[in-house]
Design a protein around this ligand. Sequence first.
Ligand code: NAD
Length: 485
Amino acid sequence: MITRETLKSLPSGVKAPPYNVADVKPGIVHFGVGNFFRAHQAFYIDKILKDDPNWGIVGVGLTDGERSEKKAKQFKEQDCLYSLTETAPSGESEVRIIGALRDYLLAPADPEAVLKRLADPSIRIVSMTITEGGYNIDESTGEFDLKNPAVQKDLKNPEKPSTVFGYVVEGLRRRRDAGVKAFTVMSCDNLRHNGHVAHKAFLGYAKARDPELAKWIEENAAFPNGMVDRITPSVSASAHKKLNEDSGLDDDLPLVAEDFTQWVLEDNFADGRPPLEKAGVQLVDDVTDYEHVKIRMLNASHITVCFPGILVGHEYVDEAVNDKELRSNLENYLNKDVIPTLKAPPGMTLEGYRDSVISRFSNRAMGDQVLRVAGDGSSKIQVFWTETVRQALEKKNDISRIAFGIAAYLEMLRGKNEKGETYEPNEPTFGDKQWELAHKDDFESALKLPSFDSWRDLDTSELNAKVVEMRKIIREKGVKAALPK
Ligand code: NAD
């Protein structure tokens, strides 16, 4: 266990927080204290607390059950301190204790404690990492899903909430009634325009609860968009043991992340913000160009290398990206198909970003599995590849690398690699009909899958013919024989 006492005699090489933890006052409430939050937002806040100690974080967990209780107990026992090991692709590591999290509340155990914090004028930001699906947006309508039973329950009893929407809106209601300023609602989830998504979700709930209150929130709160980036794997029991052996600490909550980190955030806050620029956060007027670069380069590269990587029989992302032929295909895809379609945002070069993406994927310490990355490929293809595909089709550019990616994805869905090993591809949006198409022996049927719906309005005849040709080669001669020259 590590505590404030431990900070006085840390093992050599472990950095202590560069401020007095006892001086920190809470200014942020965060919902969803997962690994990413601990390695990203808390890491940035940790860097600025020496300049302004009024931005400590109170974490809130919304789920009950044994696991959540254990986590809450561990946070309390460790004074909410934990170690973060940042590992570079070279294998070099740096360990620091993060002290930004100053309290942890388990909401089901004491809902009123959470609501009191949310109403407290010293809390000026409420942030969240509640996963991409946590915003309760109905995919078919694009609107907040009021039919969700947990939302219904909160709407019937809004002063005793259980969802993040219920808590945040009740917190804002108490502030309005007490004449306290509204706080900023800051999503740190990996969603395009996450501030807009959060706005839709929280306002969707607030309108259903009380239109007057919704109007006040709309006029007084802020919902900045942000682009967040740092690969943060979950910590297995063996990784936990190894992290402590390497650091010399006895940490119940050790964490590892890559050494790369990025946060581009719209400078749009309702009641002030921490001096985040001092910690390296890029504060901008508009995150759109940054999001495009991340989605079409980083996220697209992940699936572009993992689909064929699975067929070859690789297990980890670093193995796939270090496979010479797959890496060369990825580089060609980025150089020829993606980079010419993008505009470099201020302070970034696309070539530099490309090199950092490839170097980050080769980081062994992340232990990221190709099958995990390929999971929900159908949704990912539509978000990560569509713009590149559309531009190639519209400009009648060479479509061979794009066709190869699609062919590798479709062959990957068949669940058997070239070593003859079987695995279970994960496509949570597929029903029986989609799996039937994916498993058909012919080379065309699977092209009807919804994975390609977002460019179906264009003339895809040449692209589809090339996919069919490449699937044949993959099945007869192997995935590398189909790689475009
Ligand atoms: P995690 O499983 O460690 O943590 C997720 C946290 O969210 C948990 O505390 C969980 O209890 C909470 N949660 C889940 N659903 C919720 C809901 N509906 N309402 C309230 N709380 C909910 O996962 P993580 O690695 O921390 O990732 C969380 C999110 O962070 C991702 O979904 C993604 O949007 C973003 N992110 C992660 C990474 C990464 O590499 N891990 C990188 C960039 C962005």
